[in-house]
Design a protein around this ligand. Structure first.
Ligand code: ATP
Ligand code: MG
Length: 404
């Protein structure tokens, strides 16, 4: 039997919602392990849970857990009888398996909530630490900067648990525990990162992507779908809505003054996204805007664009510099996809000099030239919705090898 203890720091402060949060986390862990690990057992405690399984390696489980939001840290953990000799014995076995070098240092941290156990935390640390110190000549005790920390946990129940390695989790909250939002996903660097940050914060996402064939290429749409597949590695399968936008962009090009066209276009995108949100029972819209990055991302622009809706628009990147966005894109595996050259619908129709300070009255005048209602209705009627999971990334490889 293999076992990992999962800690969920912030979760344990959620009072009556804690059970619900634990449930979401357990569901996500079950979902992500179902193919690679097989059946697992999950035992929730107050601020941690045990995951147990039989066959698959620790490494496989560790890689899965690193991509699940709501976990602060996790530790492979060894179960022994609640008996000081058994604990000493297991501790020796764990250190035996390490490649210890002369001068390596360690400490023992004991956590005891079972007050019926004969030794208190201090005794356990002293006894187990002393025993290791005696057995391994190359090891020294270091309380401040140890190379290894052995944790001995003695809680209710029949067993004691020992752990030596600790891994950082994604942090955040369990997927789906913070409601559902619609991510406006382009093919750029920013919006996928905005999506990642909301996933990490426990928000379930659906994607809304505007594409304008024949002005935009099929590869541009593919790119947005692959970004969705990459993000779904940290989530569950994600619903993706492709909104046909060419008719609207043509109407804007033909009827709206060029300098106002970008503002009008974004206001329409927002109206359509909001309509999809109501349809899908979402509660927020998320975009990848970062203050001052481009003309549509000045405060004045955002105000005028935002004016079409009272839905909360979440902008997780508003205060983030491009460098930091790029760094995160590399870390979570969206960089290479975003870096592909296919143009998206905003760039294809980009005006030469968009207003950075649009005036609401002027924009409303321009918009009045369009038959907004029927344009939006038509776009909504032709939305293509698919559900995307990480397997989508293998699709092309598969098609390619089928040809060989
Ligand atoms: P990104 O890298 O996310 O494309 P950007 O810096 O290029 O962002 P803009 O092109 O001005 O900025 O887009 C601002 C935001 O508008 C994006 O972050 C995204 O949320 C949304 N957006 C832009 N284009 C599209 C699109 N084709 N479909 C859906 N949303 C879009
Ligand atoms: Mg863009």
């Amino acid at each position: 039997m293999k076992r990992i203890v999962v800690h969920y720091g912030e979760l344990s402060t959620k009072g009556r919602n804690r059970k619900l949060f634990q449930q979401r986390l357990a569901d996500h862990i079950r979902y992500q392990t179902k193919d690679l690990i097989g059946p697992i057992k999950i035992k929730p405690w107050y601020d941690f849970m045990h995951i147990e399984w039989e066959e698959e390696s620790y490494q496989t489980m560790i890689e899965i857990l690193k991509k699940i939001p709501g976990i602060t840290r996790f530790e492979p953990s060894y179960q022994v009888a609640k008996d000081i000799e058994a604990i000493k014995d297991q501790a020796r076995q764990l250190f035996q398996a390490l490649n210890l070098k002369e001068g390596d240092s360690f400490k023992v941290v004991a956590k005891r909530s079972d007050k019926t156990f004969a030794y208190d935390s201090y005794d356990i640390q002293r006894i187990v630490g002393g025993d290791l110190d005696d057995h391994f000549a190359e090891l020294n005790v270091s309380l401040n900067h140890p190379d290894y920390v052995l944790t001995v946990s003695i809680h209710q129940g029949d067993y004691a648990y020992l752990s030596l390695d600790s891994y950082q989790g994604m942090q955040g909250l369990p997927y789906g525990s913070s409601g559902k939002g619609m991510l406006m996903l382009s093919g750029g660097f920013d919006s996928p990162i905005a999506g990642y940050l909301m996933i990490r914060r426990g928000m379930e996402l659906e994607m809304v992507h505007f594409s304008s064939p024949p002005y935009t290429s099929p590869q541009a749409l593919e790119k947005a779908k692959k970004l969705t597949a990459q993000l779904s590695k940290y989530a569950m399968p994600i619903t993706f809505h492709a909104v046909p936008f060419a008719r609207i962009q043509e109407a804007i090009r033909d009827q709206v003054h060029e300098n106002e066209s970008m503002t009008v276009m974004r206001r329409i995108m927002l109206r359509i996204t909001e309509a999809l949100m109501h349809q899908q029972k979402g509660q927020a819209i998320i975009n990848g805007e970062s203050l001052g990055q481009v003309a549509s991302q000045t405060l004045t622009s955002m105000q005028v664009i935002n004016e079409v809706t009272s839905t909360p628009i979440l902008r997780p990147l508003i205060a983030t510099d491009k460098n930091d966005i790029i760094k995160l894109a590399e870390e979570i595996g969206t960089y290479d996809l975003s870096n592909q050259p296919y143009e998206d619908c905003c760039t294809v129709f980009a005006p030469r000099s968009p207003h950075t300070k649009p005036k609401l009255a002027v924009i409303e005048d321009q918009e009045a030239k369009l038959d907004l209602e029927s344009l939006i209705e038509e776009a909504l009627a032709n939305v293509q919705t698919t559900v995307i999971d990480p397997a989508y990334l293998l699709k092309e490889q598969q098609e390619f090898s089928d040809l060989l």
